[in-house]
Each structure stands twice: as C-alpha cells, then as structure tokens.
Design a protein around this ligand. Structure first.
Ligand SMILES: Cc1cc2nc3c(=O)[nH]c(=O)nc-3n(C[C@H](O)[C@H](O)[C@H](O)COP(=O)(O)OP(=O)(O)OC[C@H]3O[C@@H](n4cnc5c(N)ncnc54)[C@H](O)[C@@H]3O)c2cc1C
Length: 583
C-alpha cells in the first residue's frame, strides 16, 4: 500500500530487530496464534545482530543438574543487587526450555561422547561455586533461527532501519506503529501495528570489540523520544580484547585456562578476586587491569601456555571466527596458539547487560502497545553484570515472554489505533533532514567525537565526578553545535548519521546517570565515591525525556520483598579496597 510519500505496511505484531530476542518473540507469538507478524531489521536477519557472532557461550541453568542457590546467588551478587530479582528467578526457571527449543530448531550444543552436555567453567565460575557454561556452535545460532522463521512463514523485512515510534492519534501514551527507511532505495516506510516489540539490541558505541558495530542504541533513543523510560544506563560492559585487533570469545578463553599476567609476568587477578582469579567477571578484570597499569605494572597479557591441541579443536568448533582470525594473523600455527598476547579493556556500552528500556516481568514498557526484550532492555534479570542471567540466554527468555505477552494483547484488540498524520509528516521530515543539507559534517566526525569522550579509561572505567561532568559539557556542546550540521549523501550515509546521533544521545544518558550515582557499584567505579552505599543507593536511576530534555529520578528497589539483600549498609568497592591493601 502507498500513502503519500510513504509505503505503508499493516501488521498485528511489529518486531523491530531480528536478533535472538526478536526471533524468539516472533516464534513464540506465532505458536500462541498470531498470524500477522512482521520482523524488520536494518541488517539481514541471520547475519546481523550480536548473536550472529556469539562467542559460543550460553550460560543456561539446567534444573536438576545445577544448584539453583548458587546460580541465583551469583546472579544477584554480580548484579550488585540492582537486579529485579523476580526477573532473575523467571529467567532461571525458563532458560532451559529455551535451550531445548534451540536444539529442536537445529542449533548444536557441544556434547560429550556419552551424550551429556560438554560444559566449561568460564567467567564467574570458581571451584567453590561452579557455574557451568553450555557451548553452541557460533554463527549457527542465528542461521537456524532465520531458517525456523522462514519455515513457519513469518515475514522478514531486511535492510530497513526503523527510526521512530509512532503514537496513536491523540494518545501520547499509546504506540501504534513505527517509521523507517530502506537502506538501499531510501524510501520511507510506515508500519501500523496493534503491538510493537523493540528488540533492536544495545548500544556498542562502535567500540573496538568485535562484531557489534550494528547496535547503536537506536531502540533506546526511539523509545526515549516516544516517552518510554530507560534505566541502568550508568552500568556498562567493560569487555576485553586482544590489543592487536578486535576480538571476541572471552568466556571460552577464560574457561579453557587463559590467565592474565601483568608487565612483571605476575598472575595478578587473585589479588583482586581471590575466589575467581582469572575467571572473574569482565568489569572486575578491566578495573584490576587499570589498577595494575596505573601502578606502573602494565602492559597486560593473556597467557595461553596451558592450551592443548584439544583446546584449539574446541575453539575451531565453538569460536570459528576467532580461530580463523588468529590463524590468518599467524597467532595460531601448527595447532598451537601464541603463548602470550597483549590484552586490553574496551568500553562496549550496554551489549549483553546494562542500560536500556525499562520493562516489567511481562516485557511491557510504560507505553501501551510497546514491549521490549533482549539488549534493548535494561537487563533486569542481570542488574549490573549478573552473568548467570544475561546476554543471549536473556534474549531468549525475554524474547519468548514478549512474544507471548504480545499475543495475549493482540487477542484483546479488535482494530489498529489510527496514527497521527501530523506526527508522521513531522517525523518523516526529521528523518530526511541530513539528506537535504548540502553543507555540513559527515557522520564519522560525530562518531569519533563521541568515542573520544567515552573511551578514555578515566571516563568509563575509573570514573570521577569532574571527568563525568566535563563529558556531559562536551556532549552538550556537540548536541548544540555539531548534531544540527550532520549531512548525508545517500541512504547509507543517512543510516550512519542517525547512528551517530543515537550514540551521542546515549552518551548523554550514560554520563548523566553515572554522575548522579554518587557511590561505587560493580562497573560503576567512582574514585570520588569509593563505597557501595547500600543504605542509600539500592535505587534504580530512571531516565525520561519529556519536552526534549533528559530528566532523571531515583526509584527505590523493592529489596525488602526480594529473597536476597546485602548484609552491610556500606562497603568499599572491592577493587579499590584490594588496590589499597596491596600497594
Ligand atoms: C562478538 C560478540 C560475541 C558475543 N558472544 C556471546 C556469547 O558467546 N554468549 C552470550 O550469551 N552473549 C554473547 N554476546 C552478547 C549477545 O550476543 C547479545 O547480548 C545478544 O545477541 C542480544 O540479543 P538481541 O536480540 O537483544 O540483540 P542483537 O543480537 O544485537 O540483535 C539486534 C538486532 O536489531 C537490529 N537493529 C538494530 N537497530 C535497528 C533499527 N534501528 N532498525 C531495525 N533493526 C535494528 C540489528 O541489525 C540486529 O539484527 C556477544 C556479543 C558480541 C558483540
């Protein structure tokens, strides 16, 4: 159908983003009887999204085999009590069903000769409290999900970037569609939907970690601009990568016995996290690396000397992209991997966990008709970095929940709400504005400026109010002076311009939330506020944008009704404490 300048598509259920969460949402909605579904993705479903490059690790709790108390306890402990513990429980209860579904759709998990799952003990596992990780065969996961969608006749629209959510006419609290454009033709497309699920992933800031440059917080910003709430934005993923080129696969690399060494050749992680050592979680390792470097004991290396031929065979099956890249670079040769390689921390935004759209247990946002799942959300099951309830496993459980909830809603709704035409026209004009400018700046300029603000260690890793404040001032300057000058030559540049805009606005959310939280907690390590203040700060910071201005409020976590609570009111951040103890 064509209405004015827009191609218009009408569907019962619109799913924005066809990664693991989006595919699960579509498949579960179809199972629950929704006939009319459309999955729209700015890439190619099956070859886009972080799960396509998933590093083969799936932290799936297996009932009857794994100790629930340890999994739940570690999820909340590493979540630093920022979890919605109802969500953590729901996730653990449901994740094994999702594993079985993946297998039934053709995704292979590593198995032992006797048929049992072969599992490694990677990040967050310890001899005292083991957490075992299932391993799937890398890119196969998204390939099989696309195949399953196609087999079930669920339509997919590739290469369309969704840019705005549309409200029901005269009802600012209700979403009834979305606007986007085709990345080749540039044609604008309008989607009318009874229910919309946002599964467009997190915000990677296009950082030097591998394979996530397509997630640029588009969903976070379109939701915020439409009136939805974000939370957890101060908590970020501090990933780790080989210093020579963008890498992936930390959980498996740690699980196979990779250890971290400082410039003196010492294995230093035991000082900072005696229980987990080199299998600590990512923000702990990143902060410990930073402390070692600050104390003059850099650079940091990953030691692979314990790797065997069997380790490399496993890498080849589970992490084929990693294996190929390291082989091509000459770092894997004759079935051996280089014994030591320089390693570094990277700010990977909120991929896997950290800030995003706030949802309840049914994946509903505060806007009627808008649900969210996966990395598009604030990761309520995981809190700060609750690695037992994050990333791909959470994308599957939350995607499934969102699909079922959408199906229930669609059954209740007879007709589409009409969208407001003046809103549509206005947003259509906003969308094409960079194409109309003949003079201005290219998107890369803004992308680079945002990265220059966010990537220094003193901003994302070892934070301080002065530096965060300076960052917010720089962002405000870019918003006022550079953003209005963005220009695009064609639809390809238009995508880059809109991604750069979203990166800038997400940077504002991060810096303002990080400045507001005057304490240290997990990845949020403030040199000027070194204590975790459980007495005051068991609160979520909620972001909203009424009238185009970002507003923050604190909301107490209902910790009194959750099973786990911290035992002390105030405790020094463990990395700062360890650094003071040893140096
Ligand atoms: C290299 C790498 C390796 C990883 N390895 C693991 C692992 O081994 N185990 C694990 O548990 N987790 C892993 N993670 C994290 C995990 O991949 C993510 O947490 C997970 O994929 C999130 O799923 P999702 O469906 O929410 O988002 P994604 O998989 O990121 O999918 C989002 C989709 O939305 C689309 N999209 C984005 N914006 C728009 C827009 N504006 N319009 C239309 N479509 C849009 C994207 O093209 C993409 O297809 C890894 C991440 C990376 C980057």
């Amino acid at each position: 159908m064509k209405t004015g300048a827009f191609d218009t598509f009408s569907t019962d259920l619109l799913i924005i983003g066809g990664g693991a969460a989006g595919c699960f949402a579509a498949l579960k909605a179809r199972e629950a009887g929704v006939r009319n579904i459309l999955v729209v993705d700015k890439g190619h479903v099956g070859k886009s999204g972080c799960a396509t490059f998933g590093a083969g690790s799936f932290k799936g709790f297996i009932p009857g085999e794994d100790p629930y108390e340890i999994w739940f306890g570690k999820a909340v402990e590493a979540g630093c009590y920022m979890n919605d513990q109802d969500w953590t429980q729901a996730h653990l209860n449901e994740v094994y069903e999702r594993v079985k579904e993946l297998e039934s759709w053709g995704v292979e998990f590593e198995r032992n000769p006797d048929g049992s799952y072969r599992r490694i003990e990677g990040q967050g596992s310890s001899d005292l409290r083991p957490i075992k990780t299932l391993m799937f065969h890398g890119p196969q996961l998204m390939h099989q999900l696309r195949r399953t969608l196609v087999r079930r006749g669920i339509p997919i629209m590739d290469r369309v970037m969704v840019t705005h959510l549309l409200h029901a006419r005269g009802r600012p609290g209700v979403i009834s569609g979305a606007l986007g454009f085709h990345l080749e033709s540039g044609g604008q497309r309008v989607f009318l939907s009874k229910t919309t699920i946002l599964t467009s992933g997190g915000q990677s800031y296009k950082s030097p970690y591998a394979f996530h440059k397509m997630v640029t917080g588009d969903g976070h910003i379109m939701a915020l601009e439409a009136g939805a709430e974000l939370s957890n934005y101060e908590f970020t993923l501090h990933h780790l990568s080989y210093a020579g080129f963008d890498t992936t696969g930390m959980n498996v690399l740690q699980g196979l016995g990779g250890t971290f060494l400082n410039g003196l050749g010492e294995s230093f992680m035991e000082k900072y996290d005696p229980e987990h050592g080199s299998r600590a979680n990512l923000n702990t390792i990143s902060a410990a690396m930073a402390m070692e470097v600050k104390e003059g004991r850099g650079p940091i290396h990953m030691d692979f000397s314990g790797y065997t031929r069997d380790s490399l065979d496993l890498l080849k099956r589970v992490l084929p992209i990693f294996h190929r890249a390291f082989t091509r670079a000459g770092l894997i040769r004759d079935d051996r991997i280089a014994p030591r390689l320089e390693w570094m921390s990277v700010n990977s935004g909120n991929v896997g966990f950290g800030g995003g759209v706030r949802i309840n247990l049914s994946c509903e946002t505060n806007l009627e008709g808008l649900l969210a799942a996966g990395d598009a959300t604030s990761g309520p099951a995981a809190g700060v970095e609750g690695f037992c309830a994050y990333a791909i496993p959470f994308a599957t459980t939350s995607g499934a929940r969102a699909g079922l909830q959408a199906a229930a809603r669609i059954k209740r709704i007879k007709n589409h709400y009409a969208i407001g035409l003046s809103e549509l026209r206005q947003k259509g004009m906003d969308l094409s504005r960079p194409l109309l400018r003949s003079r201005g700046v290219e998107p890369d300029v803004l992308t680079l400026r945002v990265q220059e603000i966010l990537f220094p260690m003193g901003t994302y890793l070892l934070r301080h109010g002065d530096r965060l404040r300076k960052g917010t001032e720089e962002v405000a300057d870019l918003k006022a002076n550079l953003l209005p000058l963005l220009k695009a030559y064609d639809p390809h540049y238009l995508r880059m311009a809109l991604e750069a805009k979203n990166m800038l606005l997400c940077a504002e959310c991060f810096l303002k939330a990080a400045l507001a939280r005057e304490e240290s907690r997990g990845s949020h390590l403030r040199e000027d506020f070194p204590f975790s203040e459980n007495g005051h700060w068991l609160k979520w910071i909620i972001l909203r944008q009424p009238d185009e201005k970002l507003k923050l409020r604190e909301e107490p976590i209902p910790i009194h009704r959750f099973p786990l609570r911290p035992s002390v009111d105030r405790v020094k951040h463990p990395i700062i404490e360890a650094n003071e103890r040893y140096h």
